[in-house]
Design a protein around this ligand. Structure first.
Ligand code: FDA
Length: 388
């Protein structure tokens, strides 16, 4: 392709969607990517089955300095729109947890579908291409690659976030955005396992349902937690990790839906001769033993109500203050990114740089676990693809 109208940087979820959309609108589109194949994060997503959308997505399911920013794109390209596309390709799917749609087969079907959508409208996908620079030119941009310079009227930044560097994640979109004068909200790993200073290796593998919160007014996630060798993980922990700043504590209820103090006092009354771990018989045994260790080997009849109250508080309101996270190597996404103040929420175009767009994870819009991040990739890709 000699003279594309649009160059998309990044053949991931958002980039492929933007390319197909721009192509459907008649644009000549070139997609550049340094990886060996398109959509590598899609391939490993959802345990290989790609949780490709969430039926109940909405701006509240995203973290951003501007919590209204995602509203417009999400409203114009909905989970039902993506589902129609999936159905048109005959891809079988199921709803795993409420609203979370997964492929029955493999995530590769989603990549094949997106690549087919691109090829149908004549987009060129050029893989294993190093992008060295992007410069503004008289009528658009010059993209400098290891294969030469290419001119285009519009450039869409779609190289994603920093998570999973071994899959080719890079900060290219953030660097280029800064170069063009756009602000960047400091990035950090999100949807990421947490590291605890006092992690107890004996608990590794123990899992249980919990409620996790950050502050009284913060969001609340009721889902699973699993202890790891270095700390904690599992869906409820990943969700809450996206909200924690350094030094913050999350509040964990290990007995969701129950009044811990009443539960413990009842066990004491019913079984006065039992030993302290019995107080926590509703929890996995290994965890009960660790939590009740402070009460020693004295039978329940001889335990003070004060000691039992303190244990109940620990169980229902555990202040989990992580020492850190497992970092980008284990994070599902990056939070932060290109500042939405410098982008149009309608087009994802840079306010002060005509022809420059930014979409997907590179933008400061980070979804909850459960298909929201892909829905943002599709919706922002469509918005920019229509406008570019
Ligand atoms: P994406 O990362 O998809 O694509 C970026 C592309 O840019 C890549 O092809 C990359 O090679 C390319 N690129 C990067 N730097 C470049 C450079 N310097 N030069 C050229 N090309 C470059 N979400 C969800 O909704 N449901 C799910 O089930 C999951 N599951 C999941 C599992 C795991 C293990 C991870 C790591 C992530 C998920 N996610 C998810 C998150 C989801 O994968 C992610 O939010 C989207 O892929 C983001 O789409 P983008 O197109 O923005 O980036």
């Amino acid at each position: 392709m000699m003279n594309p109208d649009v160059i998309v940087l990044g053949a991931g979820a958002a980039g492929l969607m933007a390319a197909a959309t721009a192509g459907q609108n008649g644009a000549r589109v070139l997609v550049l990517d340094h990886g060996p194949e398109p959509g590598r994060k899609i391939l490993i997503s959802g345990g290989g089955r790609c949780n490709f959308t969430h039926l109940e997505t909405g701006p509240n399911c995203f973290i951003s300095q501007n919590r209204h920013f995602a509203r417009s794109a999400l409203a114009r390209y909905t989970p039902q729109d993506f589902l129609k596309l999936v159905n048109r390709y005959g891809i079988a799917w199921h709803e795993k947890a409420r609203g979370q749609l997964f492929c029955d087969g493999s995530a590769g079907q989603i990549v094949d579908m997106l690549v087919s959508e691109c090829r149908t409208v004549g987009c060129e996908l050029r893989m294993q291409t190093r992008i060295l620079d992007v410069r503004q030119a008289e009528h658009g941009f010059i993209v400098v690659t290891d294969g030469g310079e290419i001119r285009a009227g519009a450039v869409i930044l779609a190289t994603g976030g920093l998570s999973i560097p071994k899959l080719g994640a890079s900060d290219l979109s953030l660097r280029l955005a800064r170069k063009f004068g756009l602000r960047v909200v400091p990035p950090a790993p999100a949807l990421v396992p947490l590291v605890l200073a006092d992690a107890d290796p004996e608990l590794a593998g123990v899992s249980l349902p919990i409620v996790a919160r950050v502050g009284k007014k913060g969001p609340r996630f009721e889902d699973g937690m699993v202890f790891t060798h270095r700390g904690v993980s599992g869906p409820a922990i990943l969700q809450i990790s996206s909200y924690l700043e350094a030094g913050d504590a999350a509040q964990i209820d290990l007995l969701p839906g129950q009044n811990a103090l009443n539960v413990l006092l009842k066990v004491k009354k019913d079984r006065p001769k039992a030993l302290p771990p019995s107080l926590l018989e509703a929890l996995p045994q290994r965890l009960a033993r660790v939590l009740a260790a402070g009460l020693g080997d004295t039978m329940l009849a001889n335990q003070s109500d004060r000691a039992i109250k303190a244990l109940a508080e620990r169980v229902s309101n555990w202040q989990l203050r992580p020492a850190g996270t497992e970092g980008y190597a284990k994070a599902e996404v990056m939070r932060g990114g290109i500042d939405t103040r410098d982008l149009s929420s309608q087009t994802l175009g840079a306010r002060d740089v005509p022809g420059l767009y930014a979409i997907g994870e590179a933008v400061d819009v980070t979804g909850w676990l459960g298909g929201h991040n892909f829905q943002w990739a599709w919706a922002s890709g469509v918005a920019a693809g229509q406008a570019a």
